[in-house]
Ligand binder design. Structure first.
Ligand code: RAT
Ligand code: ZN
Length: 440
């Protein structure tokens, strides 16, 4: 049956390429191409070595990832108050004991730690963390980064850089050399979502802004963005928004979005990334692990895409229920680029569902994944999992195409994988220009 299909494929006019793969060759070719292609990671919370201690890595950081902290409280009697009073090392020990020794680590986040230990040939069932700690202690950060990037098949990552973060901004103000592997992203949550708590910081820096973002405020925020653009050379601007986000609506954040951020993005030729659907601090006791999600009304996105055709929007949505609408909007607006399976969506079963839907509705015109890594070594398991899931999905897509009557070559697969995992991101981050600038 399959051979018959293949024969009929080669009889189609223009389909006589002898390089067409047989149905049996497709899965292994897809796997090979995915393994050999260097990916661009469009959203992480990693930092270049120049940012010193802000860059998290090693076993204690891996174990105290907030995804694991949330799981820890489900299986331990330790209260959040007690947990936060522990040292980082004690926290990591408690999480290891609870989630990895007393329970089997079968959740996505726990399996991730196991996969990282395995990647470095460390014991995965040890009762304590001694071996892992001494392994990581022996690494020097630059060489370790090179190794980790190579193991994860990632060539470049985008950071998340908040100019109003009191720990981060001093590095920028002092001057940081551009790093070809860690690209800056100007993050605007404090300005667009929490203006009332942060306008005074801008005012304190000499920008003439006021609490309600009236008068000169928008022009002054534009000046602030231009100054930070100069300092950071970001590859895009970004903001995470609540599920209640509405546009248009008369708020300080929306005024600054419309009159400062969107014009600045147009002028500087930068995309704006909107990550929509977070419900911050539904359980503040859990700190970073205390955020949840809500279904958003994506008409706000529709309005933005239509009203600002000269802006480009990179968009990820946190609610599973919003994923289908996002694909529909991407079909309507080519200034909208869906990216990644964000946070609570980044589990293989949901990634599979979302990605199949996106391929069916958008072909290769989207960015399937970002890692959102906060701890360096996480890129190893996150990208490995993405490759595994994508291999299955792409193989199925090519098999269906073959059954419909069109053969597939290795170079077709290479072109598609490159577009999905590199060139869409490169185009929306103006990456070629940035990389060549930083090497000049
Ligand atoms: O996935 C995460 O680690 C979240 O805590 C958020 O940081 C989210 O990814 C974001 O960028 O807001
Ligand atoms: Zn993030």
């Amino acid at each position: 049956m399959r051979t018959e299909l293949l024969k009929s494929t080669s009889q189609i006019q223009g389909s006589t390429d002898s390089n067409y793969l047989t149905p049996e060759q497709i899965p292994s070719t897809v796997e090979d191409v995915l393994a050999a292609t260097q990916f661009v990671d469009i959203h992480t919370h990693l930092f270049a070595p120049a940012f010193g201690k802000l860059g998290l890595w090693g076993i204690d950081e891996l174990l105290t990832y907030h995804y694991l902290e949330a799981e820890f409280f489900r299986s331990s009697d330790t209260t959040p108050e007690e947990y936060w009073s522990f040292s980082k090392r004690q926290q990591a020990d408690a999480i290891w004991r609870t989630l990895f020794v007393e329970n089997t680590p079968i959740s996505e986040a726990t399996r991730g730690v196991i996969a990282v230990l395995k990647a470095f040939q460390l014991q995965t069932d040890s009762p304590d963390l001694d071996e892992a700690r001494s392994f990581f202690k022996a690494q020097t950060i630059e060489a370790h980064i090179r190794n980790v990037f190579q193991m994860s098949g990632v060539s470049v990552v985008a950071m998340t850089n908040d100019p109003l973060d009191p720990e981060e901004s001093p590095f920028w103000l002092k001057g940081v050399q551009p790093d070809r592997q860690f690209l800056a992203v100007l993050r605007l949550d404090r300005i667009l979502v929490n203006w009332s708590a942060h306008w005074k910081v801008l005012a304190g820096q000499g920008y003439q802004v006021d609490e309600h973002a009236t008068g000169k405020s928008a022009a002054e925020v534009r000046r602030f963005l231009a100054d930070w653009h100069e300092r950071m050379q970001p590859v895009y601007m970004a903001c995470s928004l609540p599920d209640t986000f509405e546009f248009p609506k008369e708020t300080a954040g929306n005024r600054l979005l419309k009159e400062a951020v969107l014009p600045a993005c147009r002028e500087l030729d930068l995309s704006l990334s909107l990550m929509i659907g977070v419900r911050k601090q539904v359980n503040p006791l859990l700190r970073l692990a205390g955020d949840a999600l809500g279904r958003a009304d994506l008409r706000a996105l529709e309005n933005l895409c239509r009203e600002f055709p000269d802006n480009r929007f990179l968009v990820s949505v946190l609610s599973r229920e919003n994923q289908h609408e996002l694909c529909v909007y991407a079909r309507k607006f080519n200034n909208l680029m869906p990216f990644g399976c964000w946070w609570f969506m980044n589990n293989p079963s949901i990634v599979e569902e979302i990605t199949r839907e996106r391929i069916e509705m958008l072909g290769t015109s989207f960015i399937p994944q970002h890692s959102d890594a906060r701890v360096l070594e996480q890129v190893i398991y996150k990208w490995n999992n993405t490759r595994t899931t994508l291999a299955r999905i792409l193989s199925d897509s090519y098999r269906l195409l073959l059954e419909d009557g069109r053969g597939v070559t290795r170079s077709d697969i290479q072109r598609d994988v490159t577009r999905l995992f590199r060139s869409n991101a490169e185009a929306w981050m103006n990456l070629r220009a940035t990389v060549s600038n930083s090497t000049e």
